[in-house]
Unconditional design. Structure first.
Length: 115
């Protein structure tokens, strides 16, 4: 399984960004897709996850601001990030798996939020 993420960049606090991730390869093995992030000096954390059936889960720090969605036909997952805060600055990784979204990892995409 290969995951190709795009959409990172620079945003001002209060602004929005949308991350996209396209999956290819043996995607029949994927049930859960998600986004992790890692900020400098911090542990990697799961930001959001979505199952093939559409069930979602979010980190408390992003609830109400971020929305994860999935297009099974396009084999893609998206992360809409609104009301961005400087503490959202991190490298974001698209991930996928069977039970947990941590078996397959895409390359990271940088998100920087300025105050």
């Amino acid at each position: 399984v290969q995951l190709q993420a795009s959409g990172g960049g620079l945003a001002q606090a209060g602004g929005s960004l949308r991350l996209s991730c396209a999956a290819s390869g043996s995607i029949f093995s994927i049930n859960v897709m998600g986004w992790y992030r890692q900020a400098p000096g911090k542990q990697r954390e799961l930001v959001a996850a979505i199952t093939s059936g559409g069930s979602t889960d979010y980190a408390d720090s992003v609830k109400g601001r971020f929305t994860i969605s999935r297009d099974n036909a396009k084999k893609s997952v998206y992360l809409q990030m609104n009301s961005l805060k400087p503490e959202d600055t991190a490298v974001y990784y698209c991930t996928a798996g069977i039970i947990q979204p941590n078996s397959y990892w895409g390359q990271g995409t940088q998100v920087t939020v300025s105050s």
